[in-house]
Write a protein that binds this ligand. Sequence first.
Ligand SMILES: [Zn+2]
Length: 286
Amino acid sequence: MPELPEVEVVRRGLERWVAHRTVADVEVLHPRAVRRHIAGADDFAHRLKGHHIGTPSRRGKYLWLPLEETNQSVLAHLGMSGQLLVQPHEAPDEKHLRIRVRFADGQGTELRFVDQRTFGGLSLHDNTPEGLPDVIAHIARDPLDPLFDDEAFHQALRRKRTTIKRALLDQSLISGVGNIYADEALWRARVHYERPTANFTRPRTAELLGHVRDVMNAALSVGGTSFDSLYVNVNGESGYFDRSLDAYGREGLPCKRCGTPMRRRPWMNRSSYFCPTCQRAPRVSS
Ligand SMILES: [Zn+2]
């Protein structure tokens, strides 16, 4: 799965190459890619035709293209392997090309949705008054959003009977933090992933949020520099960013802070990577 920084880089690419262009026509090459659009492929294509794409927007890992002149947006579900590519018309079709959007201008490029495993897709939705596609209205703001409320997040941690990594991955509390960046931020903050949140102090919450933002901004600055080409791409599996990771994936390697071999533990069908010295497990309450 792509993480927030990857999705933000795609958003920036779309803003540069697709925003304010007019849709000439839409070609759906595989019906599964529009299965979330209940009225079907023809209806999807018809509703986009003739509209201007507004400024691409993002919340957490969700990305959407507002359609100007309407109160609707095209939501992109990237799934495991979805990619949005801006390609010259003459570029050969990708093997797993699912949707093609042509524009009514002379720029010579088109938008392609490519998805090997067809878990992803595009769908059209009404916007909430806030301008969010209605199906993601319940998704909390992400930590890079200037309107993210640190104090409200802290109060939610205090209220919830949960543990910190669960809270970081809870999209109704904070969006866009995936498994990788949760492990990275917890390692930086020296907090064990099973630490209960109920007794988090305000400074501890603030420090952790600071680390979450730091790891995301560091990834953004790497991805942002390699992106000055006619190409928009996201593919979490191939590791679009050359990530420099301190915790995730480092089982058995020395902790970069204290040298203790890093550990991996199964966690909610995933893994948690941590340093057993820097990130002490909480005592089991009796
Ligand atoms: Zn350590």
